[in-house]
Design a protein around this ligand. Structure first.
Ligand code: ADP
Ligand code: ZN
Length: 291
């Protein structure tokens, strides 16, 4: 179906990545647009997508966004810290302008779907993609499909036991001991006074970050029984974190679980793949396989 075209949009707080794919999953055209005021940014994106008659558009969006297909606010940005985007409806805007079906999910769910269809979760039915960046969040694949619920997973805000001696109060507005507040990018900056990218691998903060991530992964493992867990996002560019996380994860499990998947943690806890394109690929998948 080479003459069919699908739009994909990875809508982020600082930039929007947009692409047009053909029916075989090849990129026809791609662009990056700065996230400014919604009217201006949306107009630029519409001009881009209008170049082809789209069969459908898939969007992985920053949140919080209403992703319930039955809701009258489907595709609308809710109470966002980006106040000018608050109330903006991706669904209405693009559905009206492009006259095609528009499917929306969160950015991390789209990334998880991209990993599931094209990347590190391709060969499993149940998996998890965790992004560790400015925010921390997970997309969860169950039986090959994204897990949706009351809202969407908020796995970055699970509550953790503090590492002994760690008196950092956390930088989440809502919790003193959630994963995002203890180990996300802003927490690393608040703990050390430096962006993570500027810290050497022997900085003591990495051991703390690895401990919290390992604890969280042990909890996800127990609750969701994923066959593999993928870690992406800016903080995970620190490759030295992976062996530390695996070691601490094994210690957290305490030998309680023994499965073939867990026998090799190098293939159980893995870095993200597809060269950072999991988000845009996932948006394309949303367009291809509407819920
Ligand atoms: P987003 O803002 O969408 O979460 P990223 O996934 O790139 O974007 O995450 C940005 C966060 O990751 C920032 O807090 C930044 O300091 C941190 N970060 C980016 N690159 C690195 C790196 N090489 N090492 C450690 N932390 C990094
Ligand atoms: Zn929190």
């Amino acid at each position: 179906m080479e003459n069919e075209y699908y739009g994909a949009l990875e809508a982020g707080g600082t930039k929007m990545v947009a692409a047009i794919y053909d029916g075989n999953g090849n990129v026809v055209e791609r662009t990056v647009v700065k996230t400014e005021k919604p009217e201006k940014t949306a107009e630029e994106l519409i001009r881009f997508f209008e170049k082809k008659k789209l069969t459908a558009l898939g969007i992985g969006s920053f949140g919080p966004v209403d992703i319930h297909p039955d809701s009258e606010n489907y595709g609308r940005i809710l109470r966002s810290p980006k106040t000018e985007w608050q109330g903006f409806s991706f669904y209405e805007t693009f559905h009206e302008a492009l006259s095609c079906p528009v499917v929306i999910d969160t950015d991390v769910n789209a990334a998880a779907l991209g990993e599931a269809r094209y990347g590190a979760l391709k060969d499993v039915k149940n998996g998890l993609y965790l992004t560790v960046g400015t925010g921390v969040g997970a997309g969860i694949i169950v039986n090959g499909q994204l897990l949706h619920g009351m809202l969407h997973s908020e796995a970055g805000h699970i509550l953790l036991s503090k590492v002994p001696g760690d008196d950092f109060p956390g930088c989440c507005k809502y919790h003193t001991n959630c994963l995002e507040g203890l180990a996300g990018g802003p927490a690393i900056l608040a703990r050390t006074g430096l962006e993570g990218a500027k810290l050497t691998p022997d900085h003591p903060v990495w051991d703390i970050v690895a401990s919290y991530l390992a604890q969280a992964l042990a909890d996800y493992c127990m609750v969701l029984s994923p066959e593999r867990m993928v870690l992406g996002g800016g903080v995970m560019k620190q490759e030295h974190l992976f062996p530390r996380i695996r070691e601490k994860f094994a210690a957290e499990l305490g030998g309680y679980l023994t499965t073939p998947a867990l026998s090799n943690l190098e293939t159980y806890i893995v870095p993200s793949s597809v060269g950072g394109d999991q988000g845009i690929l996932g948006a394309y998948c949303l367009a291809r396989e509407p819920v």
